[in-house]
Design a protein around this ligand. Structure first.
Ligand SMILES: C[S@@+](CC[C@H](N)C(=O)[O-])C[C@H]1O[C@@H](n2cnc3c(N)ncnc32)[C@H](O)[C@@H]1O
Length: 253
């Protein structure tokens, strides 16, 4: 019997933002492997065994899923948002690359999900209407000096910037350093948005400026968007303003 492995992005919240393809893979799974809190967000799956593990154990989790797949089972690995954006998909392929040659012949597919950056953009209007980039602010797997270099170059290139993993219990000062660095390259009035717990009951969107951005507003459930020099707001009566970045830049033909 040949097994299959589906690496599934669950979206940033509950089923509303989950694809039909992802729901189908979950319904057919015999084993679901993932971080405890993602498994807790799943619907009841009576035919599946759930294998929860702690955050930070991604490679071990990926190897476990590949072993189950090789034994002939239908396996799903879950990730929040999109599995390919700072998620489990890369861990699975790291395990495949380092693992036995037989893992390269397994039936593996990555099923896309709504990443947090796109959920935030949709709530706000169209802040990603021009060129943008995403930077993971965690220095668990890369040196802080690389993060600083990427932030500086992205700011100089006038990208709209999405910051994932801006802070955690162990990392609170880095976001302050990141804002200070960005202030050297962007005007103080640049729009900054803290998008917290998108799609969940505690969802909170805070629209501010780079001059006023307070790092204390961010936690592990927050995505930060920093506008480029054209990102602007459209005031609305009795509602938060729309935030958008025009498609056209100065000097365009
Ligand atoms: C390890 S990354 C995983 C990203 C995920 N794979 C995705 O595509 O959204 C975790 C970070 O994603 C962002 N994030 C994930 N879900 C979110 C949500 N519902 N609201 C706001 N930010 C979220 C936060 O920046 C969080 O620290």
């Amino acid at each position: 019997m040949s097994g299959s492995l589906r690496v599934v992005g669950l979206g940033p919240a509950d089923a509303e933002w989950r694809t039909v393809e992802a729901e189908g893979a979950l319904a057919e799974a015999q084993h679901v492997v993932g971080y405890h809190s993602y498994l807790a967000r799943l619907p009841a799956l009576p035919n599946a065994t759930l294998h929860g593990s702690d955050n930070g154990d991604e490679l071990a989790r990926a190897r476990h899923a590949l072993e189950l797949t090789e034994s002939g089972a239908r396996v799903v690995v879950v990730s929040g948002g999109d599995a390919g954006v700072f998620g489990m998909a890369a861990a699975v392929f790291e395990a495949v690359e380092q693992g036995p040659p037989s893992w390269r012949a397994l039936d593996i597919a990555v099923l896309p999900g709504v990443t947090a950056m796109l959920a935030a953009a949709a709530r706000l209007g169209a802040p990603l209407g021009n060129d943008f980039c995403a930077i993971n602010l965690s220095d668990n797997l890369k040196p802080w000096s690389t993060i600083e270099k990427r932030l500086a170059l992205a700011a100089q290139a006038d990208f709209v910037i999405a910051l994932y993993n801006p802070a955690s219990r162990a990392r609170s000062e880095q976001l302050q350093s990141a804002f200070e660095l960005l202030r050297r390259h962007r005007t103080p009035s640049a729009i900054v948005v803290f998008a917290r717990a998108l799609g969940r009951a505690q969802e909170q969107l805070t629209i501010t400026t780079l001059a006023e951005a307070d790092p204390a507003r961010a936690d592990m459930q927050t995505l930060i968007l920093i506008g480029n020099h054209t990102t602007r707001s459209i005031p609305r009566p009795a509602a938060a303003p729309w935030i958008y970045t025009p498609r056209r830049l100065d000097g365009a033909p």
